[in-house]
Design a protein around this ligand. Structure first.
Ligand SMILES: N[C@@H](CCC(=O)N[C@@H](CS)C(=O)NCC(=O)O)C(=O)O
Length: 210
């Protein structure tokens, strides 16, 4: 441990662009980050070589301090790395025009509310679906689905019955109580324009078995 701490920690290399570090061949959590860049039309590149991915983001000598636990990680134009999907989205949303259109003090509040909605949508992602999460791997994330299929089926039954409807009812209430959405004739979770929360909910719904 102390050897790691002694490594040089500031290997920041400035670039003009964002680089997404994520696994190849699966949309997963990396897709939330991709969607934001794609929607905003802001260029980014990807590093998806599995032999280098974890080795880079978990090593402070390669990606700086602090090291990262798991992909996705985003290399920022400053050269610093940032991980944890909600932290990445919270960072890039205002830069990509996806954190609401309010100004001044209201902007900060709106941004926090956008973040709140993102976190709830990601709770749904964690709880209900996805290859690596609670319903498919209720006993151990590192074990195959096939080895915990019985428990997974039992858990899926409970989620279909109670948790999933609860999340969907909640988001329906968010949509229908948005006063600005009604004014603009849009279907936005908050405000009168697309935010990162809309994109996250879209992807949760698109890839999960809802
Ligand atoms: N809370 C993290 C979870 C990150 C995560 O679970 N990443 C997956 C891919 S989607 C992974 O590679 N996990 C490896 C591990 O947890 O050991 C986030 O939202 O980014």
């Amino acid at each position: 441990m102390s050897d790691i701490v002694k490594e040089p920690v500031n290997k920041k290399q400035k670039t003009d662009e964002y680089v997404l570090y994520y696994w190849p061949g699966t949309p997963g959590r990396g897709e939330y980050v991709r969607l934001a860049f794609e929607y905003a039309g802001v260029p980014y590149t990807e590093m998806s070589d599995p032999s280098k991915l974890l080795a880079t983001i978990t090593d402070p000598a390669k990606s700086g301090h602090p090291p990262h636990f798991a992909p996705p990680a985003l290399k920022l134009p400053s050269g610093r790395f940032l991980s944890q999907t909600p932290a990445i989205l919270n960072h890039i949303a205002p830069k990509l025009g996806l954190a609401g259109k309010k100004e001044g003090d209201e902007a900060e509040e709106e941004r926090s509310l956008v973040n709140q909605l993102v976190l709830t949508a990601l709770d749904l992602c964690n709880e209900v679906g996805g290859k690596t999460h609670d319903v498919h791997h209720p006993i151990a994330v590192e074990d195959y689905y096939e080895d915990q299929k019985e428990a997974a089926l039992a858990r899926a039954k409970s989620y279909r019955k109670s948790r999933l409807p609860k999340f969907l009812k909640h988001f329906q209430a968010v949509l229908s109580s948005n006063p600005e959405g009604k004014k603009s004739g849009g279907t936005y979770l908050i405000g009168s324009s697309t935010t990162i929360a809309d994109l996250v909910l879209f992807h949760v719904r698109a890839i999960r078995t809802l």
